[in-house]
Design a protein around this ligand. Structure first.
Ligand SMILES: Cc1ncc(COP(=O)(O)O)c(C=O)c1O
Ligand SMILES: [Zn+2]
Length: 397
């Protein structure tokens, strides 16, 4: 069953529907399997390990073995900050971001529905992921991207996997509005996170964190927030495992946004349950350059219900956290992902994160998604003759 998050109106799983026909609010899929957690043991480490919690036809699954991503204990950084820190590395998914989890379920749903064309608007990663999964499923794929604002690696992926790429003169919010209008006219099946099946896949990040911790909840989960689907999805996953009796506690959901694109933070800091859209969002972290997050209602509920928090970080804080994580812990992430680490540092300084807390930071996309930003942060390599004496001289300097 699909249900409106605002008025509670129910819809059948066979309907192609994105928002409530009565009140216009977003929808969620209701999923309450009656299983014990013992069934998960000995299964392959992908998100389909938890297939009973994925509301799609098991015989139609389209997968690239997404999920089962590294869960890295970061002792050096954790010690410096006085916390117990883990980093969930979503850049290790097949196309290099967490979007693959949602896309596997979303494309599987498109197989069930028998649609021929799928589409999305994207800041980059959604289009890269959709293009790959659509290729695997044999579906036509149309993606709308904000012109000039998509990192090179993501654009290359979308084009190389065969998507029809349309560069929109406008920002992500405008591209999403346009593709939603196309979907409403029946031109394509929309696979942005307003489609509630996307979040069903992404909730598996929450499943894996508590499984990795030995069926315990961490004290806090920190992640970057753009369109606000992921924070909503992870909270849904955690809540489903809690309701199933697999874990006793739940984490404080903590969302980090860039200073120039922070409607969720503004709402949380004013205690509001609705956002005010930001007209011209701007940040170096193009993945979260979003002013009107579609899943704001769900995200704000996740933050309030979990006694969580939301905070902004500057572009400089993002870029220095990105470099620090790469050099101190060996984890290479794209700028948006580093917002979670920059946010953690700020919240420790502010005393919002307590000493000794167990914190999981989600890093959402791979370093190579945005090679230009990475190269710009480094000095050019020195060109040297292949002469052993000269090389030794330089190395011993
Ligand atoms: C790397 C990365 N991090 C974070 C986000 C934000 O996720 P959400 O839009 O679900 O809040 C995105 C979204 O595109 C992303 O690509
Ligand atoms: Zn409704």
């Amino acid at each position: 069953m699909i249900r409106c998050v605002s008025c509670g109106k129910e819809y059948s799983n066979d309907e192609i529907i994105y928002t409530c026909t009565d009140c216009g609010a977003i929808l969620e899929v209701i999923c309450q399997p009656d299983v014990s957690k013992e069934i998960f043991s000995c299964r392959k480490q992908t998100m389909w390990k938890y297939k009973e919690f994925m509301p799609v036809d098991e015989t139609k699954i389209v997968s690239l073995d997404e999920g089962g991503t590294p869960f890295i204990k970061c002792n050096k950084l954790g010690k410096e900050l006085g916390i117990d820190l883990y980093v969930k590395v979503e850049g290790s998914n097949p196309t290099g971001s967490f979007k693959d989890r949602g896309m596997s379920v979303g494309i599987t749903k498109s197989m069930e529905l028998g649609v021929s064309t799928v589409g999305c608007a994207s800041t980059g990663n959604t289009s890269a992921s959709l293009a790959a999964y659509a290729a695997r499923a044999g579906k036509r794929c149309v993606v709308l991207l904000p012109a000039g604002k998509v990192a090179l690696g993501k654009l290359a992926q979308a084009m190389f996997h065969g998507a029809e790429v349309l560069s929109i003169q406008g920002n992500f919010d405008e591209a999403l509005e346009a593709v939603t209008a196309l979907a409403m006219k029946g031109q394509l099946y929309l696979l942005n996170s307003v489609n509630p099946y996307r979040l069903e896949g992404q909730k598996s990040i929450g499943f894996e964190i508590v499984d990795d911790l030995g069926w315990q909840s961490p004290d806090r989960i920190i992640l970057p927030v753009g369109n606000a689907g992921n924070i909503s999805a992870i909270w849904k996953g955690i809540s489903e495992f809690h309701d199933a009796g697999f874990i006793e506690d739940k984490p404080m959901m903590t969302g980090i946004q860039a200073e120039g694109a922070c409607p969720i933070v503004n709402a949380v800091q004013k205690g509001k349950s609705e956002i005010e859209a930001i007209k011209n969002p701007e940040t170096v972290a193009t993945a979260i350059r979003i002013g009107a997050p579609v899943s704001a209602t769900k995200a704000l509920r996740a933050i309030y219900d979990s006694d969580g928090y939301a905070e902004t970080v500057t572009d400089d804080e993002i870029l220095s956290a990105q470099k620090m994580l790469a050099r101190k812990e060996g984890i290479g992430v794209e700028p948006a992902s580093a917002a979670s680490i920059a946010g953690l540092q700020k919240l420790v300084d502010q005393g919002v994160v307590d000493k000794g807390e167990q914190v999981v930071c989600i890093v959402t996309g791979h370093l190579l998604k945005d090679p230009n930003t990475a190269i710009n942060a480094c000095v050019e390599p020195l060109e040297v003759e292949a002469d052993i004496n000269k090389l030794a001289e330089i190395i011993n300097k």
